[in-house]
Design a protein around this ligand. Structure first.
Ligand SMILES: [Zn+2]
Length: 374
């Protein structure tokens, strides 16, 4: 078993083992699923030892998870010299599917049918018109195509840039949306539960479960604008107004260039992909300096929250010609200079190596978390 995968990863925050039997059952199901996800195989006896659940309780919950299609039986456990060997259980990648849609890109929206491990089984995309705007009809059309390719969907997930509350995109500068309810029309049309999540949070979940991230992680995404997300003890931090991580319009240089939001020197105005690409086009000879400065700006913005939360892993996802070694090394030097101390471990900043399916894979995990919490 991967020691960085704690068994609580699929428990919804705030869940306690109160007396209500359906809560206990749901928590035990999430607990066992989290032990096996993504690629661990354990026998019933091993699950019992790791969870502290009784043999009867494990057998009961495992039985219903097998019926449900969440897990499957595989080979036999190695148990040298201890008599009967138990059948191994693992995540079932055959029976249940997830439809996952990514609105984070410019010029097109993409979606896929995945299995429970976020592996893409079928994909489709829809080109956006000249205005590059997304309508709900576009999303429904793509979802309909994807739903035609599977019969056993546990939910539809949409990853979108912006502030998202209960299935509604409250505010998205990138999409130009205010209060757009995505959940209701999609649930009405397709009759399955719909999850809507901030795309940067989806990306962070992909890095957590399919990349190198541990349970404490700061994630930065260069896309239309800049998104960040924070994971603490495997719980994404959403914040008081669900705007946690929206740092693109925090000014880090009051003397900096004016921003359309009315302030000067906003992080997004200094280091978004669009700004950096334009500057490198105008000054190709200063490419390295421009990217090093951008790395310093990002490290400057993140040094304080990283120190405050004692997070030692910052993962940056973005175009390889921007988030390159010049960028990362400059950011790392700045972090070392500003945060080194005897009581903090070194905060490491690194490039995210998950490819362009990151939002789709992460959003499928978000759907799974919601499904297990129900
Ligand atoms: Zn601004």
């Amino acid at each position: 078993m991967n020691p960085s995968t704690p068994p609580v990863a699929f428990l919804a925050p705030g869940h306690t083992s109160k007396a209500d039997p359906s809560d206990v059952r749901r928590n035990n199901r999430a607990l066992i699923f989290g032990l096996l996800f993504p690629a661990t195989e354990l026998s019933r006896a091993q699950i019992g030892r790791r969870t502290g659940l009784s043999r009867v309780a494990v057998s009961d919950v495992v039985g219903s998870m097998l019926d449900e299609g969440l897990i499957r039986e595989g080979g036999l456990a190695h148990n040298p010299g201890k008599g009967k060997r138990g059948t191994l259980l693992g995540i079932d990648t055959q029976r249940l599917h997830i439809v996952s849609i990514d609105l984070s890109q410019s010029r097109f929206i993409q979606g896929a049918v995945t299995d429970l491990l976020g592996t893409i089984l079928y994909r489709s995309e829809l080109a956006l018109g000249a205005e590059d705007t997304i309508a709900i009809d576009d999303i429904e059309q793509l979802a309909a195509q994807l739903m035609d390719h599977t019969d056993h969907v546990i939910g539809i997930g949409v990853a979108a840039p912006g502030v998202i509350v209960d299935g509604t995109v409250r505010r998205s500068t990138a999409l130009g949306w205010h209060d757009v309810d995505l959940r209701t029309p999609l649930e009405q049309r397709f009759a399955v539960p719909v999850s809507v999540d901030n795309d940067s949070t989806s990306g962070m979940l992909a890095e957590r479960f399919f990349g190198q991230g541990g349970p404490n992680l700061m994630f930065v995404w260069f896309r239309r604008g800049i998104g960040t997300s924070v994971l603490i003890d495997d719980v994404p931090v959403v914040g008081e107004n669900h705007a946690g991580g929206e740092i693109g319009h925090i000014s880090i240089d009051p003397e900096g260039p004016p921003c359309p939001c009315g302030k000067r020197g906003c992080l997004e105005r200094l280091i978004s992909s669009q700004v950096l690409e334009a500057r490198m086009r105008d000054h190709p000879e200063s490419r390295q300096t421009i990217l090093e400065q951008a790395g310093v700006h990002l490290a400057n913005a993140l040094a304080m929250p990283a120190g405050m939360l004692d997070i030692t892993d910052i993962c940056v996802y973005g175009p390889p010609d921007i988030v390159n070694s010049d960028f990362i090394n400059a950011a790392q030097r700045y972090l070392d200079q500003t945060t080194a101390s005897s009581f903090h471990a070194q905060t490491r900043i690194r490039r995210c190596e998950i490819g362009s399916d990151i939002a789709i894979r992460g959003e499928s995990t978000a759907v799974l978390r919601d499904y297990l919490a129900r």
